[in-house]
Design a protein around this ligand. Structure first.
Ligand SMILES: [Zn+2]
Ligand SMILES: [Zn+2]
Length: 334
């Protein structure tokens, strides 16, 4: 086996574990460190060449010390492997040729995939900055395919695939991806993501008219951050649906309590004041009419604010913005 010295860290590695880029030798850790900071254009200009040790068989990996082996299609092959590959039986020869092709391609992929993985990783991060989560998910999926050893690529792929589906309001499909990707998110962002998962569960239950599950998910959402009025309003929406469905007074009483609680909390990013008022109208509509309609349908029927209280205040304040037709507890910022 031949050894080679890395131009960066000056340590010695088996030649097969090094690459040539920018005309100098890199070990794998130094290549990753350097490439992770580069743009795609710089990486393309690096002229990366996989270095091949002529003393190690590319098929069986046997080490022949100082003896250089003959090569087949650029891959060093020992005598017994060459014999196996050249056996004169047509069918077996075909199989052997296929095996050799895999060996050759395998060598190439094994050594370059880290570079490809990092290119994809960088591309994914740029896509996240642009807010293109669909593209981020594809890039992470490609990185995960190239570098399966690094579980974070696969977790990130699932996370951003889930986010992309969520933004397309494909809640049911988003849930398993978001759950699998939760671990990839930084600890400080995990409560937000957990809330998104509960919102998906809630809206999926609403679509299925499963109002018990709808309420259960709303209560879980409320428990994630009790200081965010999003939770109390979501529970009130679900309780109002339960009242509409069953006529049981306790649901109505609790729904009104939750509205009062939400009004006492400071508005949040997820539940700004105008959004809170729009949901209040929808809760009251469910309670008064015992009809459960989606926020989208509500906005279609009532493009202007509907409650008496709001009509009396509209004289002083400009009309409230019409909620997004798809407005649901999650709609802020999407
Ligand atoms: Zn190095
Ligand atoms: Zn061999």
């Amino acid at each position: 086996m031949k050894q080679s010295t890395c131009s960066q860290c000056r340590r010695t590695f088996p030649l097969n574990d090094t690459i040539e880029a920018f005309g100098v030798i890199y070990c794998d850790p130094c290549a990753r460190a350097r490439f992770s900071k580069m743009s795609d254009i710089e990486i393309e200009s690096a002229n990366v060449v996989k270095r091949v040790d002529p003393t190690v068989c590319g098929r069986c990996r046997a080490d022949f010390g100082d003896q250089e082996l003959e090569t087949i299609k650029g891959t060093p092959i020992c005598e017994s492997c060459a014999f196996a590959l050249r056996r004169p039986f047509p069918l077996k020869l075909k199989i052997a040729a296929a095996v050799l092709a895999i060996v050759v391609v395998g060598t190439y992929v094994r050594n370059f995939r880290f570079i490809y993985g990092y290119i994809q990783y960088k591309s994914a991060n740029r896509a996240i900055e642009r807010g293109d989560f669909e593209r981020a998910a594809s890039a992470f999926e490609s990185a995960a395919w190239n570098v399966p050893e690094d579980a974070r690529f696969d977790q990130s792929a699932k996370l951003y695939r889930g986010v992309a589906l969520y933004l397309q309001k494909r809640m049911k499909e988003a849930i398993p991806f978001l759950k699998a990707g939760l671990i990839a998110e930084a600890p400080e962002n995990q409560p937000t993501l957990a809330a998104v998962i509960e919102i998906c569960e809630m809206l999926d239950a609403f679509d299925n008219k499963d109002y018990d599950q709808y309420l259960k998910s709303a209560l879980s959402l409320e428990n994630i951050d009790r200081n965010d009025p999003l939770g109390a309003i979501s529970v009130a929406l679900a309780l109002a649906a339960k009242f509409a469905q069953t006529g049981e007074e306790r649901f109505k009483t609790e729904a009104l309590e939750r509205i009062a609680r939400a009004q006492k909390l400071p508005p949040s990013n997820a539940m700004p004041k105008d959004q809170l008022e729009a949901f209040e109208d929808q809760i009251m509509y469910r309670i008064e009419t015992r009809e459960i309609i989606s926020p989208k349908e509500f906005a279609r029927r009532f493009p202007a604010r509907r409650s008496r209280r709001d009509r009396s205040t509209e004289a002083q304040s400009p009309p409230a913005p019409i909620p997004n037709p798809d407005s649901r507890p999650d709609s802020k910022g999407h």
